[in-house]
Design a protein around this ligand. Structure first.
Ligand SMILES: Cc1ncc(COP(=O)(O)O)c(C=O)c1O
Length: 390
């Protein structure tokens, strides 16, 4: 292990080869669609820059993030591919977006009127994606009149252009969903209206991972892939019937920093909730809830040591937690909290289910305190340690 840029005994490994393989599988599955890799929230905790580069090298052509700061960070790191900010930016930052060739999302007439005050003659043309709400109920234009007014304002402006139009599904991860079909039809109707008004944007997109995996009819030419690019299924329902295998890119590891023998009656951690019934061996791992290893994972979660499951016992602390070992082991032994050791695997979905959440949330919550180690072409290519600014 290259320890140039981190010094602690806990790290996440991001296998970029798996991200590449997932993107390539999608290219085969949807040969006519362009791929927009969704790398918001630090690439769902996988590292936005590294994931973006890998996705672009593997067939993705565009990137999406949630906010302007995330887009600017990618530009600063030298990424020149098209980037879409999918959430609202403040009107006063439109020039900043235009200058950095960052496409933005619009879904309010008032916003557009306000923002036009901030666009300068000297700016590059601002690329806009219109967001339509077809049933997600989050953000997006719903009324025909507002859609018409917004489109007209943009068409009459020399400072901005409609580059794309999109919507977002609320239930694409459920196989039998009426709302999915309703949203699809509403979107197609809205596209027809735009066409009637002379607007045929370069990019028309609606599919997230779930929709892209299920395939469906419509005049769309781009898919926005997040969770599936990282190798995770959008829902347990979909996991049963995926059209191809998704390969999990994220794994989480630590090392025993202390091993001790408990005598019957000895207790472990805050609240003394765990009490040994017999003589047993206990190991301490330097990972805790400040790393995103949530308190609610104990009791319940296991770790893998020498390919065997060892349960986490007692309360998870801020920086450490304890595991019951099958037998005496040495300090320094590797423990895998998410991932594979020999024939045993702890999937992200197992941890999500114990934490009573969805797989999306788990890598997002593994905090920046945990260094990321990137594997490319089977070898460690890079480390990321936010604490030390690497
Ligand atoms: C508007 C939008 N598009 C696409 C995505 C990617 O979704 P997924 O990770 O399910 O592929 C998201 C994620 O939340 C989103 O908000």
């Amino acid at each position: 292990m290259d320890r140039n840029h981190f010094y602690r005994d806990t790290w996440a490994e991001i296998n970029l080869d798996k991200i590449s393989s997932n993107i390539k599988s999608f290219k085969k599955h949807l040969p006519d669609q362009k791929i927009m890799a969704v790398v918001k929230a630090n690439g769902y905790g996988h590292g936005a820059y590294q994931t973006a580069v890998e996705a672009l090298e593997s067939g993705a052509e565009l990137l999406a993030v949630a906010m302007l700061d995330e887009a600017l960070a990618l530009r600063k790191q030298g990424i020149s591919a098209p980037i879409l900010v999918m959430n609202r930016i403040r009107p006063e930052y439109v020039s900043l977006a235009a200058e950095n060739e960052i496409s933005i999302t619009i879904f309010q007439k008032d916003w557009l009127i306000e923002a036009s005050k901030f666009l300068k003659e000297t700016d590059k043309v601002l690329n806009i994606h219109l967001k339509l709400d077809t049933g997600m109920g989050r953000v997006g234009i719903t009324e025909e009149e507002e859609l018409h007014d917004v489109s007209l304002l943009i068409q009459n402006s020399s400072a901005c252009e409609i580059e794309g139009v999109f919507t977002h599904f609320a239930t694409a991860d459920e196989w039998e969903s009426e709302l999915f079909e309703t949203q699809r039809k509403r979107f197609i109707n809205q596209l027809d209206l735009l066409k009637k008004w002379g607007i045929t944007p370069k990019y028309v997109h609606s599919a997230n991972s779930a929709a892209a995996l299920r395939k469906f009819e419509g005049p769309f030419n781009l898919v926005r892939l997040g969770i599936s690019m990282y190798g995770l299924s959008p829902s347990s329902e979909m996991k049963e019937k995926l059209p191809f295998t998704l390969e999990e890119a994220f794994s989480l590891h630590s090392q025993l920093i202390h091993v001790k023998k408990l005598m019957p009656g000895d207790t472990v951690s805050y609240g003394a909730t765990y009490r040994a019934k017999e003589e047993e061996w206990i190991g301490t791992l330097p990972i805790g809830y400040a790393d995103g290893w949530q308190r609610r994972l104990s009791p319940g979660a296991d770790v893998l040591i020498r390919g065997e499951r060892a349960p986490i016992i007692g309360r998870i602390c801020m920086d450490q937690c304890m595991v019951k070992l099958p037998y005496k082991m040495d300090v320094g032994e590797k423990a895998t909290l998410i991932g594979k050791q020999n024939d045993e695997t702890i999937e992200m979905d197992e941890i999500a289910s114990l934490a009573k959440t969805i797989n999306y949330e788990i890598p997002c919550l593994i905090s920046s305190r945990v260094p990321r180690v990137f594997v490319k072409k089977g070898r460690i290519s890079e480390n990321m340690n936010v604490i030390l600014n690497f």
